[in-house]
Ligand binder design. Sequence first.
Ligand code: NAD
Ligand code: UDP
Length: 312
Amino acid sequence: MQVLIAGAAGFLGSHLTDAILAEGHDVLGVDNLCTGSVENLKHLKAEPKFRFLEQDICVPFDPKRVDYVFSFASPASPADYMRLGIETLMVGSAGTKNLLDIAKKYGAKFLHASTSECYGDPEQHPQTEEYWGHVNPIGPRSVYDESKRFSEALVTAYHRYEKVDTRLVRIFNTYGPRLQMSDGRVISNFLAQALKGDDITIYGDGSQTRSFCYVSDEIDGIVRLSKSDEHSPVNIGNPTEWTILECAKAVLKVTGSKSKIIHQPLPQDDPTQRKPDISKAKRLLQWDPKIDLQTGLKLSLEYFKACVAATV
Ligand code: NAD
Ligand code: UDP
């Protein structure tokens, strides 16, 4: 297959590119590098089945014949999407539409990276795909949440009205090598702080929860979904729930760091709890995450040590 991966220079997009190439397909990676980096693709320099196009997907473009479109381009870290608020809204609307038009033109299959943020600050716990969410439409996170919710509506409309063969994955907090060290997400911040001996910054009292999925498990679930005929959203995430304080302690243990834990103000609308119900993915895709947080942090250490070494 000819596969287009939008957001290929990002954290998940670059791992997805590796997985799709490993299945023997040709990949055109498309990215405008606003939050991603060509460093994430440097190991593919001599790979004849991979091509890279620097392109903003909000601007219409023609990649020529494609058989599958993966829509992963969007700022994803809260610090990034709050810095790039309008760009985030545009990539989820105009950008997603351009990719759907490409899929429609070439009769390609389509998979869109959606998010647990569609559930907002959830009042249902754990979150099933049927839950409609609890989102502030004008708060600081709205540029991301509403962009992603609009994308889900658009993808579903292209399936319903235009018969495009679409899929929607709701991704829960994923981490691992190739996360940008300074993107402000909790695992990148904590690992970098611990390895540098800086204070570990917990926002609020650290009682808010997240459920962390290691990147290889996430990509395995996404690839399985890409081969299925399920058109409604599927949660892919690790259901083991951690408080942010427990997560900080796990990072200190894995790194052996003596960093001090300090508390900083909790950002507005920061979700208090998040945990996927993954029954649907288990049933439909025979998928189950394998890597727990301690193991995943260990697997991420070498990469973060190299990032820290490069900054000193
Ligand atoms: P990332 O920031 O590392 O990657 C996103 C990539 O998209 C970057 O390379 C960026 O340069 C590119 N991009 C952004 N706007 C673009 C545009 N207009 N045109 C072309 N390229 C553009 O983030 P990530 O963690 O790899 O996230 C990838 C996707 O998965 C995103 O859609 C995100 O919303 C979704 N997601 C990720 C997580 C997670 O935990 N990592 C959770 C939920 C959803
Ligand atoms: N967080 C934190 N310290 C940090 C970075 C994040 O306490 O240095 C918290 C943040 O307030 C949130 C959780 O960790 O409650 C996860 O944050 P992240 O930015 O990774 O993603 P989110 O799940 O909020 O989109």
